[in-house]
Design a protein around this ligand. Structure first.
Ligand SMILES: Nc1ncnc2c1ncn2[C@@H]1O[C@H](COP(=O)(O)OP(=O)(O)OP(=O)(O)O)[C@@H](O)[C@H]1O
Ligand SMILES: [Mg+2]
Length: 229
């Protein structure tokens, strides 16, 4: 079980890639509907933490609980089912499917969850419009700008109305004005649907979008105030 009131919680995570330690005793928890910004220098373990929290990689030791589920106690199939139904992702290195149109990319997770094509496409159009990229619905990812791609990726993460959104530098390819706009759209939509957001970002004005900030440094997680000391 997660600590009282939290939706997702990790305790004592350790993860090494060969001899490179990425996480060394990292703790993290997030409440339903909470937006937590994850900050920290390059290589400090932010993406590794996010991937452990989402059950994409298994830590060497430590636990991750999502509600009553211990992620490490689930089979691969159970973990991927959970990711499809409950989690949404905006990855650091955009992962739109190049062969599909932007509309099809956004509709894809809905289709995988069993939504009928017409309904999936209707909702995909809605989310593209909301992220202000309806105009590129019929184009493939290779035919749009990096910033448009990022907006499409955010639309795709939100379309299934996930309980937790994992966003790894969702504004990476955007200038700061566009970056702020996308963060506003992402966090507003999350607040409206009650989703929790784990937001890795380097956006300077991160406090404007998050309820709480944590810093990852040398594979450990500290809250923002402790991180400054
Ligand atoms: N697949 C991998 N194989 C080997 N080492 C890795 C791998 N992924 C990450 N690392 C190493 O683990 C450490 C943490 O990496 P991670 O990607 O979690 O950092 P990050 O905080 O997300 O960095 P950035 O801000 O640059 O995205 C780094 O030292 C990195 O070089
Ligand atoms: Mg990273």
């Amino acid at each position: 079980m997660t600590p009282e009131g939290s939706l997702l919680a990790a305790e004592g995570l350790h993860k090494a890639y060969g001899r490179t330690p990425a996480l060394v005793g990292a703790d993290f928890s997030i409440h339903p509907g909470e937006v937590v910004a994850v900050l920290g220098p390059s290589g400090s373990g932010k993406s590794t933490l996010l991937h452990c929290l989402a059950g994409i990689i298994t830590p060497d030791s430590g636990t991750v609980h999502y509600g009553p589920h211990a992620l490490t106690g689930l089979t691969d199939a159970q973990r991927s089912a959970l990711r499809r139904t409950d989690f949404g992702f905006v990855f650091q290195f955009g992962r739109l499917v190049p062969e599909l149109t932007c509309l099809e990319n956004v509709a894809l997770p809905l289709r995988l969850n069993g939504t009928r094509r017409k309904e999936a496409e209707r909702r995909a159009h809605e989310w593209l419009a909301r992220l202000e990229v309806e105009a590129v619905a019929g184009r493939r990812p290779g035919e749009i700008s990096g910033g448009q791609g990022q907006r499409v990726a955010v639309a795709r993460a939100l379309a299934t109305r996930p309980r937790v959104i994992f966003a790894d530098e969702p504004t990476g390819a955007l200038d700061s004005l566009n970056g702020e706009r996308v963060l506003t759209l992402l966090t507003d939509a999350a607040r409206e649907t009650g989703a929790a957001v784990v937001l890795v970002t380097h956006e300077a004005r991160v406090a404007a979008y998050s309820d709480r900030e944590v810093v990852v440094r040398d594979g450990k997680v500290k809250d923002m105030l402790a991180g400054l000391i």
